[in-house]
Design a protein around this ligand. Structure first.
Ligand SMILES: [Zn+2]
Length: 978
């Protein structure tokens, strides 16, 4: 790319950023009769600079904001900074300890100056530095943010807001104190959330049922998520190479993996180890199934992971694909049993036992699925999918079979709970918690486990009534992309009480128990409401002491009287009313944006807490989730050295090309693939677009109403109006890839055709004026549609084009249905195909033509064509039926066999045409092809470099030495070349 472009574009960008700021363009206050749009994106955690991955989420939010602003909404897009938590403390500590890795991150990747680095020993300095860094980046990206509302989560006034929120949650019974399982780092001795783990994984705690299989000496406690399948257990799996222990667990003798000891202790069990045993020494022994009393053997399985739950696994081959494959591999390789001194006879009794039936389904769903796919190894990735499918099918439709005693006829969901409850009551099972998405590692490197945490404060996301409300609201609100709704439903289902405070870190103290600090995923759930207040807090320099609970009760919930509040808050009742009105104007949140990693925590908590605190009218309306960004096909990671900080990328490519490059290569939820080549290509495209625009601005001063006498003009205007519809639809779904595809590339292609078609008329001033005028119309709409994506360049062009005010505040183009001209479009389609076909003939025959003749269909052929179209569209599927209909027409009947022969061919072709094509041709109706082609004769002659003649096939004067006229079909003329 030319060096001048980015430098030039960067200047353009700076200029418009200054202009927007000067005009206070994005400082947004209520305008009573104008509809509003309140859009927010997860506020950044300032412990590192933002990189290109963040660029996608924030740019998409800004594009959405700018689009809605042009659609006429008073659009508020604010920003704040999330200081809460421990990461900056940890970083600061590591820095002080001389940790090479963190020094390298700060100096080489983040390019923090050395003198600044010195100050990083104070944790707050890290947050403040990156806060400014991120803010600069956001300004350089051109985000249309109302910066008057900025705050940090350690501001005293914000602390008051969070205190109020927690008072409310507690009042309403959503805060509990007690013992709950939490994700836990055994090394740090702290509960862990997503922000504390490597790769930002949210620990998902699941409750396993531990079923006791007994041998005379000890209990084998098998951990399972599907206790109802215990009736189908055929054997127990132990890993022969793993060290197990015999231990007294709460007074019972258990055999468990060594790794399980500590886990049970963290879950408040008393564990005394008696002895160590290799898994292999237990193989072949028989243990008793506590529900069927049948004895089943212990068999070897290398796939048993001692770090998962108890390390003892029950095998249910009829319902668990992994078990079935494990069993089959023992059958097929007898040597493996021999290796452990076991006889093959042990397997004779081991046959899948089906305990769940699917109405109209086969008895052995799992077995058949595995066999059909030919899966032979437990390492086969497809097993995961088969397991999921079987699980889903059994949970949605399965019923317990006759061999399940008193549970027969129950649904799987009912049986799961009932079996579990009964076994526990009978002392034949207990529960254990495990992370279902393990392994998860703390940032310190230790593997996270589950701890039952005592005397801790929780937000009770397990509250069934609360869950029900969230499920209900999920049906009302919009989630984009739509397929993500199921993921939200699942998260709501498995969420349970979440530890909401810890003893260290930055943040707000729990108001009733001051040694606790509210953690970062709990103080960030309804802060969008605070953006309305923060403007006033900043402008009026309000003090925390003024923001009493009664203040928040009034401005956020409408409780109390402003007159009475004046005394305690020192705010006039007018000011209070004004804040309340502003809140009512902007709330609820119309759109909440975030990356996908926040679905399982933040975004779901966001819904939960809004529902708990605010009345229904203030519940969130929409959530938009986007995928991440790959760097040339690879995940961005420090070890690969491919993380590009956002500001560095802006320096290299300029903001506008970057914005397009990060949002437009993938569907909303897919990973977008960024590459420097792509950013450069977009930059080059923008440069060409700019030149094209400047060129047009020189030729014409503006758009005039013009009589569109030429087909090509009507075509271009029709295409434009269709595209405006398409782009608007795409933008409403935030399918920005599709929008960019149309605005940039499809319109480019059509403009090329338009230019080519009109190039024969450059010498005719009137015609040229029409051409320029049409192109100017296209440009106007295109610059508007591109403006949310490349706001700086579009602002510059808008200015050059003599547009009024800022394009950011201009209206989005509206499609005019009366300008959509299907006939004009069909004529150009005809011209394109005809030209292409003719070039193909010339290429195939190698003729340098002197003259070319086209013969177009006679009216009766058009009649047959249209009647056949109607017939096919109406569902007539036989030639006989069609003929009957055609022969009702006297003209066609008179032609007899001629009609029949022609109609049969047309029928065959149309039967294969798409519904869309049929509809289009039906709408277009008869085309006067001769007339249409005569209008573009000069163009054809110029393209084909030959004399071109156009005839109707019934034209008696026609020149037709090879009798090609009879070959004419509607939209497909006969051709003669010489
Ligand atoms: Zn740790």
């Amino acid at each position: 790319m030319g060096i001048t472009m980015p430098a030039n574009l960067v200047e353009v960008e700076r200029k418009w950023q200054r202009e927007w700021e000067r005009a206070k363009l994005f400082e947004v206050d209520p305008i009573s009769l104008k509809p509003k749009f309140f859009i927010t994106v997860a506020y950044p955690y300032p412990n590192l600079p933002q990189h290109i991955g963040h660029g996608r989420t924030y740019a998409l939010t800004d594009i959405h904001a700018r689009y809605m602003r042009m659609r006429g909404y008073q659009t508020l897009f604010p920003m704040a900074f999330h200081y809460t938590g421990t990461p900056v403390l940890a970083m600061s500590k590591r820095l002080e300890a001389g940790d090479e890795d963190i020094i390298d991150t700060f100096t080489r990747i983040c390019k923090v100056p050395l003198d600044v680095l010195e100050g990083f020993k104070e944790p707050l300095k890290i947050a403040q530095y990156f806060h400014e860094e991120i803010k600069m980046g956001m300004k350089e990206m051109g985000y249309s943010i109302d910066w008057r509302r900025e705050f940090t989560t350690i501001d005293p006034c914000y602390n008051r807001f969070i205190e109020w929120q927690f008072h409310k949650l507690r009042e309403r019974g959503y805060i509990t104190k007690g013992s709950h399982p939490v994700g836990w780092c055994p090394s740090c001795g702290n509960p862990v959330g997503q922000h504390d783990t490597r790769g930002d994984m949210e620990p998902e705690v699941e409750e396993f049922t531990v079923i006791f299989f007994e041998s005379p000496e000890a209990i084998l406690p098998t951990a399972t998520l599907r206790p109802e399948t215990v009736f189908g257990v055929t054997n127990i799996w132990l890993n022969p190479e793993v060290e197990y222990v015999e231990a007294d667990v709460d007074g019972q003798r258990w055999i468990i993996s060594r790794e399980c000891i500590e886990k049970l202790r963290l879950q408040n069990k008393v564990v005394n180890v008696r002895s160590f045993i290799r898994g292999r020494t237990l193989l072949g022994k028989q243990v008793r199934n506590p529900v069927t009393n049948r004895y089943v053997p212990i068999l070897p399985a290398e796939f048993v992971d001692p770090r998962n739950a108890t390390g003892v696994v029950m095998s249910v081959p009829a319902h668990a694909p992994y078990d079935y494959v494990g069993l089959e591999s023992l059958v097929k390789e007898p040597s493996r049993l021999k290796e452990y001194g076991l006889s093959q006879g042990l397997l004779e009794e081991v046959k899948p036992i089906s305990v769940i039936k699917i109405p109209e389904g086969s008895e052995f769903l799992t077995v058949e699925a595995v066999q059909r796919l030919g899966i032979e190894s437990q390492r086969d990735r497809r097993l995961e999918d088969v397991t999921k499918d079987v699980y889903n099918m059994e949970f949605s439709r399965g019923l317990m079979r006759e061999n399940t005693g008193k549970y027969v006829g129950l649904s799987v969901t009912e049986a799961k709970e009932a079996v579990k409850k009964d076994l526990i009551q009978a002392g034949r099972a207990s529960v254990m918690y495990e992370l279902i998405n393990r392994p998860i590692f703390c940032r310190c490197g230790a593997e996270c486990v589950v701890k039952i945490f005592e005397d801790q404060w929780f937000i009770d996301y397990g509250n069934p009534e609360w869950k029900r409300l969230v499920h209900e609201w999920l049906k009302e609100m919009e989630v984009l992309p739509k397929e993500l709704i199921q993921e939200f439903e699942n998260v709501v289902d498995w969420l349970r009480a979440k530890a909401c405070a810890r003893k260290s870190g930055l943040g707000t103290r729990l108001p009733w128990d001051q040694e606790w600090i509210i953690e970062s995923l709990s103080d960030s759930t309804i802060y969008m409401a605070y953006y309305i207040l923060s403007k006033h807090v900043n402008q009026l320099r309000l003090q925390a002491s003024q923001l009493t609970d009664a203040f928040f009760d009034y401005v956020l919930l409408g409780f109390g009287e402003p007159d009475q509040l004046s005394d305690t808050t020192g705010l006039s009742s007018n000011t209070l009313k004004q804040i309340r009105e502003e809140f009512l104007y902007f709330y609820p949140v119309d759109s909440r944006h975030s990356g996908r990693d926040l679905v399982s925590n933040h975004l779901t908590f966001f819904i939960f807490n809004h529902l708990a605190i605010f009345p229904r009218a203030q519940w969130p309306r929409q959530i938009v989730v986007n995928g991440s960004v790959l760097m040339e096909g690879q995940k961005m990671s420090k070890s690969l050295g491919n993380i590009i900080p956002l500001r560095e990328a802006i320096k290299n490519y300029a903001a506008d090309p970057l914005r397009v490059a990060v949002v437009s290569t993938a569907g909303l939820l897919q990973d977008a693939d960024f590459s420097p080549g792509l950013a450069k290509a977009v930059g080059e495209w923008l440069e060409r677009f700019r030149n094209h625009a400047l060129d047009l601005c020189v030729k014409s001063k503006g758009i005039e109403e013009f009589n569109l006498t030429r087909n090509i003009d009507r075509w271009m205007v029709s295409r434009l109006n269709t595209y405006v519809n398409e782009v608007t639809e795409a933008m409403d779904e935030l399918d920005v890839r599709r929008a960019i595809q149309v605005i940039m590339y499809e319109l480019d292609r059509d403009i090329q055709w338009y230019t080519r078609r009109t190039s024969s008329e450059v010498d005719l001033p009137m015609r040229m004026e029409a051409t320029t005028n049409v192109l100017r119309q296209v440009l106007d709409a295109r610059v508007r549609m591109l403006a949310p994506f490349t706001p700086h360049l579009c602002e510059e062009l808008w200015h050059t084009m003599g547009g009024e005010g800022f394009i950011a505040e201009t209206s989005w183009p509206v499609s005019n249905p009366s300008k959509i001209d299907l006939k004009a479009e069909e004529v150009e389609n005809l011209a394109k195909t005809l030209l292409e076909d003719t070039f193909n003939i010339l290429r195939a025959t190698g003729i340098a033509p002197k003259q070319i003749c086209y013969y177009f269909s006679a009216p009766w052929k058009w009649k047959v064509f249209l009647k056949t179209l109607q017939a096919v569209d109406a569902g007539i599927v036989t030639v006989g039926g069609l003929m009957k209909m055609l022969m009702e027409d006297p003209e066609l009947r008179a032609k007899g066999r001629l009609t029949a022969g022609f109609a049969e061919g047309v029928f065959k072709e149309l039967s294969h045409a798409s519904k869309e094509t049929l509809k289009r041709w039906l709408a277009v109706g008869v085309l006067d092809e001769v007339e249409a082609l005569r209008e573009m004769l000069v163009f054809f002659q110029q393209e084909l470099k030959a004399d071109v003649h156009v005839f109707s096939e019934e034209d008696t004067e026609r020149y037709d030495p090879r009798d090609r006229a009879r070959l004419a079909k509607p939209l497909r003329p006969g051709v003669y070349v010489e």
